[in-house]
Design a protein around this ligand. Structure first.
Ligand code: AMP
Length: 385
C-alpha cells in the first residue's frame, strides 16, 4: 500500500483523502488545527507548517508528499529538505505566494495579463493610479485569499481607507478588469511531462469568494459559450497558458489558472498549485476527478480522462450548511459537508448538481433554486449557460 503525506488538512486535503481511500492509498496530514477537516478521516500530525521536525517526521512516514494550500511557508519546506518526495515542488510556491511574481511570470511566458504595478509606498500608489485610473484593485502581494487582502478603489476616499489598512505591506495595484465572464482551467501534469486539461470552468464570485462553477457537455463537442464564442479557441488559449506554466516548474500534480474573459480575450489572474474549488464538480461529472488525477500524478500512476460526463453546477456553502432534509430531495444533487464549524464567510461545504442533458439539468436547477437559501442565486445563475 502506498502512503501519502499532505501538508495542510483542510477540505481539499479531506477530498484527496476520500479519493485516496478508493485507490488504496493511506494518508497522513499535517495541520496546526487539531480539528482539521482531513484529520477527521486519517492520521494527523498537529503542528505548525514551519515546524521542521514535524515536516521531517511526516516525510519519513510516507512515500510521497503534497500540499493542499499555497501559503505553506516555502522556506520551511526547503529547510526540511523534502526533495523529490514533494510534488508540486517548492519553486512554484515562491511564485504562487506573491501576486507580483505571478504577474511577472505571466508576462515572461507571453501570457496576457491586465495592467499592474508594484506598490511599496504611498508615492508608488499615486503614480500607479495615474496609470490605471479609477477603478483599480489594491491587493497585498502575499497571503491573500477569498477576497481577503484586497480593496476596490473607486475614488480618492477609498484610496485613503485602503492605505490606512494595507499601507505597511508589499502591495500590487491592478487595473480593474471589466470582464464578461470568469473562468479557470485545471490541468494535471505527470513526471513524464504529459499534461491533460479539463474543459474550462465558468466561475461566479461574490465579494471575491467563489459562489458557483459550471461546466457543460457542449464543451466536449467544442460548441459555443453563452457569449457565442468558440469553446475550441478559448480552450486552446487557456491550455497553452497552463502548459507554459507547468513546463516552467517541471510541475507534477494538478495546477489551476484563473482567467478573466475580457472582450474575447483571456487574461490571466492567478495560479493555484493544487486542486481547486472550481474543480469540485469533477468528483461527479468527470470520469476521473481532479483529486484522483492529482493523486495519480504525485504517486506516478497513469493519468485519467478529463472529459465532462454530465451537465454540472457546483455551489459553495458559505458560513453554514443549508438544510440537507430539503435539498437532498433534489434529484442529481451531490452533497459534501466538510465537517467544519459554521462561521461567517467560511467555506463549510458544497453541492454539485448534475443532469444527463441540458433539459434535465435545467429542470433540476429550477427545483434547487426554489429552496431557500438559493432563491437569491437565480440572478447569479442567469449568466451561466
Ligand atoms: P483573486 O483573489 O485575485 O482571485 O480575486 C478574487 C475575485 O475578485 C476575482 O475572481 C474577481 O472576481 C475579482 N477581481 C480580482 N482582481 C480583479 C481585477 N483586477 N479586476 C476585476 N475584478 C477582480
Amino acid at each position: 500500500m502506498q502512503t501519502l503525506g499532505i501538508i495542510g488538512g483542510g477540505q481539499l486535503a479531506r477530498m484527496l483523502v476520500l479519493q485516496a481511500a478508493a485507490l488504496g492509498v493511506r494518508c497522513q496530514v499535517l495541520d496546526p488545527n487539531p480539528d482539521a477537516g482531513a484529520g477527521q478521516l486519517c492520521q494527523q500530525i498537529v503542528a505548525d507548517y514551519d515546524d521542521i521536525e514535524a515536516l521531517r517526521a511526516l516525510s519519513d512516514a510516507v512515500d510521497a508528499l503534497t500540499y493542499d494550500f499555497e501559503n505553506v511557508p516555502a522556506a520551511a519546506l526547503q529547510q526540511a529538505k523534502l526533495g523529490t518526495k514533494l510534488s508540486p515542488g517548492v519553486s512554484v510556491l515562491h511564485v504562487a505566494q506573491d501576486r507580483l511574481k505571478e504577474k511577472q511570470l505571466f508576462q515572461q511566458l507571453g501570457i496576457e495579463v491586465g495592467g499592474f504595478h508594484a506598490v511599496n509606498s504611498r508615492t508608488d500608489l499615486l503614480e500607479a493610479l495615474d496609470q490605471t485610473g479609477y477603478p483599480a484593485v489594491l491587493k497585498t502581494r502575499r497571503m491573500g485569499y477569498d477576497g481577503k487582502g484586497q480593496a476596490l478603489l473607486r475614488q480618492q476616499e477609498d484610496l485613503e481607507r485602503a492605505w490606512q489598512q494595507m499601507g505597511g505591506e508589499d502591495l500590487i495595484l491592478e487595473a480593474f478588469i471589466t470582464f464578461q465572464q470568469e473562468y479557470s482551467i485545471i490541468g494535471v501534469r505527470n513526471r513524464a511531462g504529459e499534461v491533460r486539461c479539463y474543459p474550462l470552468v465558468q466561475n461566479v464570485h461574490e465579494h471575491g469568494v467563489l459562489r458557483c462553477s459550471r461546466v457543460s457537455l457542449a464543451q466536449n463537442r467544442r460548441g459555443q459559450n453563452s457569449l457565442g464564442q468558440n469553446w475550441d479557441q478559448l480552450q486552446t488559449q487557456a491550455e497553452t497558458c497552463l502548459h507554459a506554466i507547468a513546463e516552467q516548474f517541471d510541475y507534477v500534480g494538478v495546477l489551476t489558472l484563473e482567467l478573466f474573459l475580457c472582450d474575447g480575450r483571456l487574461l490571466a489572474n492567478e495560479i493555484a498549485p493544487r486542486v481547486h474549488n472550481s474543480g469540485h464538480w469533477s468528483i461527479e461529472a468527470a470520469d476521473c476527478s481532479q483529486f484522483e488525477n492529482h493523486l495519480r500524478a504525485v504517486l506516478d500512476l497513469p493519468l485519467g480522462p478529463v472529459t465532462v460526463s454530465a451537465e454540472a453546477l457546483m455551489l459553495n456553502f458559505i458560513g453554514t450548511m443549508p438544510d440537507a432534509q430539503q435539498l437532498l430531495q433534489v434529484p442529481g444533487l451531490h452533497w459534501h459537508d466538510y465537517g467544519k464549524q459554521a462561521r461567517p464567510g467560511r467555506k463549510v461545504g458544497h453541492a454539485t448538481l448534475c443532469g444527463t442533458d441540458l433539459a434535465q439539468f435545467r429542470q433540476r436547477l429550477q427545483q434547487l433554486v426554489s429552496h431557500r437559501p438559493f432563491t437569491q442565486l437565480w440572478t447569479l445563475l442567469q449568466d451561466l449557460q
